[in-house]
Design a protein around this ligand. Structure first.
Ligand code: ZN
Length: 173
């Protein structure tokens, strides 16, 4: 969006000195995939596309709200410095600084990178009253947030490893 309008000169227009202000439809919009910016347009529209993009395990969690078995996630014991992004859309969700060992068997965080990164929703399935957390960008299911976390915030974001991609910070050991 912040691209300066350096449109190429419209050469090849035959004749005419009269500068008709034809609403120039510049064909400069290339649909470059994987640009990685914040355009939800890059997200699949159909569930079948999601399934192909994510694979069965991640699809089950992110799109079908499944929960991975405790102590099964590859990010559970990850202590490297870096950022945890949504495995569905790449939005940054959590930081290593806010990760803690909750003993529950799922990666746990005291907070998200920013309030608007994660959306809360009431979840009354399984006969429990819980608060589901979803990626605010793509709506992917992440896990749940509980109020038994450590001080001072008192929150515990309980997240499936399968819903996350970890990126180590540059220069971090
Ligand atoms: Zn997402």
């Amino acid at each position: 969006m912040n691209q300066p309008g350096n449109a190429p000169p419209a050469d090849g227009i035959a004749g005419g000195g009269s500068r008709e202000d034809a609403s120039t439809q510049s064909p400069s919009r290339r649909d470059a995939p994987g640009a990685g910016d914040r355009r939800p347009d890059d997200l699949p529209g159909a569930e079948e596309e999601w399934r192909q993009r994510l694979g069965a395990d991640r699809y089950a969690v992110l799109r079908d709200k499944a929960t991975e078995p405790p102590f099964s996630g590859r990010l559970l014991d990850n202590k490297a410095a870096g950022t945890y992004a949504c495995a569905g859309c790449g939005a940054q969700l959590f930081r290593s600084e806010d990760k803690f060992d909750s003993g529950t068997g799922w990666p746990s965080f005291t907070r998200s990178v920013e309030d608007k990164a994660v959306r809360n929703e009431a979840d009354t399935t399984l006969g429990m009253e819980r608060t589901e957390i979803l990626c605010a960008r793509c709506g992917g299911h992440l896990g749940h947030v509980f109020d038994d976390g450590p001080a001072p915030g008192g929150l515990r974001y309980c997240v499936n490893s399968l819903a996350l991609d970890f990126a180590a910070r540059d220069g971090a050991p």
